[in-house]
Design a protein around this ligand. Sequence first.
Ligand SMILES: *[C@@H]1O[C@H](CO)[C@@H](O)[C@H](O)[C@H]1NC(C)=O
Ligand SMILES: *[C@@H]1O[C@H](CO)[C@@H](O)[C@H](O)[C@H]1NC(C)=O
Ligand SMILES: *[C@@H]1O[C@H](CO)[C@@H](O)[C@H](O)[C@H]1NC(C)=O
Ligand SMILES: *[C@@H]1O[C@H](CO)[C@@H](O)[C@H](O)[C@H]1NC(C)=O
Ligand SMILES: *[C@@H]1O[C@H](CO)[C@@H](O)[C@H](O)[C@H]1NC(C)=O
Length: 842
Amino acid sequence: MLTSRQPFVRPFLLSILVVSTVTSKLLHLFQHAGSIPTALLALYFPTFFIQEVLLSAATWFLLQKSTSLRSIVGLILVPATASLTFCLCSSQLGFYFVTGSEIRWDAVTSVGNDAEGRKLMLSGLKSFLGSAAILLIMSWIFTRVCSAVFDPWLSALFSTQPTEDMHEESMLDNPKAATRRKRPVRLWTILGVIGTLGLWIIRPKVPYSHMSGAIPFTFLEALVASPAEAHQSGDNAFPLPELISEGHWKAPDGRFKGWSPKFDMGTTTSPDWASGKLPPGFERWSQKNKHVVGPNTIKANGTEQNATTIKNYYNPVNDPLRITNLDQKLLEPLTLALKDRDVPITHVVLVMMESTRKDVFPFKSGSHLHREILNSYKSLDSDLLQQLSANLSHLTPISEILTGESGGFPKTKRDAESSLWEDTAAAGMGGLNVNGVLTGGSLSFKSEIVNHCGVWPLPVDWMDEIKSDIYQPCIMQVLDLFNQFKESSTTESSRDLRDRKWTSIFMQAVTGVFADQNILNDQMGFKKTVYREDIGQKGAKHYHDDIEEINYFGYSEREVYPYMEDAIDDAIKNNERLFLSHFTSTTHHPWALPKGVQSEQYFSDESLIGKHEDMNSYLNSVRYVDTWLGDMLSLLDKKGIANETLVVLVGDHGQAFQEDSPVTGCYENGHISNFRVPLVFRHPLLPKIQITANTTSISIIPTILDLLVQTKSLNEKDSGIALDLMNEYEGQSLIRPYKATDDGRQAWNFGIISAGGEMLSVGSAAVPYRLILPLTQGFEFVFSNIETDPDEVNLLRGWSVDDLVSRVRSVHGDKAGQWVAEAEKVGKWWAGETKRLYNHAE
Ligand SMILES: *[C@@H]1O[C@H](CO)[C@@H](O)[C@H](O)[C@H]1NC(C)=O
Ligand SMILES: *[C@@H]1O[C@H](CO)[C@@H](O)[C@H](O)[C@H]1NC(C)=O
Ligand SMILES: *[C@@H]1O[C@H](CO)[C@@H](O)[C@H](O)[C@H]1NC(C)=O
Ligand SMILES: *[C@@H]1O[C@H](CO)[C@@H](O)[C@H](O)[C@H]1NC(C)=O
Ligand SMILES: *[C@@H]1O[C@H](CO)[C@@H](O)[C@H](O)[C@H]1NC(C)=O
């Protein structure tokens, strides 16, 4: 009970509430201060605290001893509100200390609903508890201050007599003096209220309304609010109509289906392979759907149909953004190499590398990260520098081989390295290394969809893709289609690799149930999967008692090695072709290494704690995975299939650290370090080719298909299907010259920013600009010029697109400003169009 025998409890409760709400608001303002002119921030400053003042006043009022009803209400409401506010503010602070960014309550509730997601949240427990302790201490310190401010002020406002609770001094005063003091208090309060209200009225809604909410209210709002976006109507006209007008249309030509985005009825011509029963993923070619085409029409067979019963399908003919480069010749070195000899691709291994940034694949001398390491040393004599360079030269030796890019450090020998994989490819061979690639999504599983299905992800939070239609066939489903036309694999006739059946398998050493990844993998068409849940069981084939969890998601990649070996053995034994997809995991937060793996120190001693700790751990995990990749490649050598296996390596997304940006991590962070990823198409019998294509991972699937066809690794029928399908995907093939523009149109690039529905990265191969486009309220528009600022140190921000355009114009010129205006329109159009293609139900 709150009685006067505990004189400290009431003021302390008030203080907790005041300190929590004000701290939360100050942090919020601090995080947005950069995007608002200081003068305006100062002018509107009082209006940001309206809710906090009202809440505190109400709390003070309820805490007064008075009629029993008010006491009872206060007794229930105040402790509940104060503790909720306290917890929310602690989470907000904790989240800020870990990631540097702002917590979104709506997203928290959806992560909290997922068991693996809760583990992720628990990893931030330390900083939550730390923040809570700080808040408690501050509340304790401010208890007297709060009372000293609120008691005289509010008792002067609300009551004509001084209450029992008032300060001792005022009790000693005579009542007349007290009344005299009330007048100016009331006068000033009224003036303050009028002034603040006036400012509140003239202040623009965006962004200031977003900046004014007090935590308990913003939290409750997020709990009850449905997704803030407007429902996407069927009418989403392309914003740059002059670029797609009739004069630009292209006639069909061979496998090319033509391009004439006219948004009305048309028919997809059904290719001959689409006559039978088709595997999942091929709905749009099946007989009963074959008349449904055209983005905006819901007509089938000439009659109006019920919109709810008709599905939307992708149609390359009608896609205003689609640019194909299949009319271009193969890259010259490839043409030459394929003329001389057969380069079979019997098997395909796709390695999706967790949080692998391009600048650690390989790690390079002179890079931004290298400079950060050097700067961490107060003094660096030539001996130490030599030692450091020697250490760094051993960071990513396998990546150097795979990409053909040198790290630029002098090579030194190390004993441990005698066991490292050695390249079996002849000099000058090894396949394609692609520079300039960004991920299509900075949430791992959204990226997984891009990498396996050649589609853009859904611009919606978390994995709603599993409740929607992935609008292209995924590669596993394409291989299934190939299988349909084949005899059983074990017959004599299937000696030729082209007549063998495919089998697809997915392997990772970490959990498969986080964010429903297992459901997604089934939906994408994997026939077999291996997750932590499988290999961690006591009865599992390669279970061993000392199997070691290295992070909250599972084991080290090495645990899947024997399963990979089995998969390869089985494929060889059964005369099958293997599509093996592997997702690495050690490079995920918290970047822990298995026991017994030596952690190295790259940053200087004194700088390590706090400042560079995470990046140092990350680099160690990168080194560990680099070695692991070598082991995988050794396995291919050992099994004798290296010369007939295409290994595709791609980062799922990057990872921003303190060294890169004030906001760390991928979550709601558009920074370029979250987006640049390596992409390699490794084959020991293909020439080593360095290419630059400012594209995204959406190019992977069309490129794999193109490679299968061009290396004659498919029979005639399958080649026909693959050629047809290459003309259906949006991405360009990377074994042909990449088209940055086509007839005035740019090759636009999109990247979903984790968790998916709040912001979008919009770029174009034609210009070095990037726009971070908010898809919901409460985020800023951000612009960068990668050419002049490759590490995105100086970003331009604005709360509205006009605001940003005028800033960009003044700094980067009219053309850049014009581009931002177009990018905003195209990005918004794309978001609506993509939801439509996924048949996503809001
Ligand atoms: C299409 O139209 C024809 C003739 O108008 C009709 O016989 C046929 O059943 C229709 N098909 C569908 C799928 O509605
Ligand atoms: C369309 O769907 C609604 C609801 O399912 C149904 O009541 C209506 O009869 C349908 N109309 C047509 C033309 O099929
Ligand atoms: C290089 O690595 C060795 C072995 O891990 C370590 O002892 C040494 O301190 C490192 N030197 C520098 C300059 O980082
Ligand atoms: C793979 O090809 C290379 C280069 O042609 C050759 O030296 C090597 O023996 C081949 N490996 C196998 C296992 O056939
Ligand atoms: C890719 O973008 C970079 C930076 O904007 C630019 O320097 C380069 O020329 C572009 N490359 C291609 C092939 O378009």
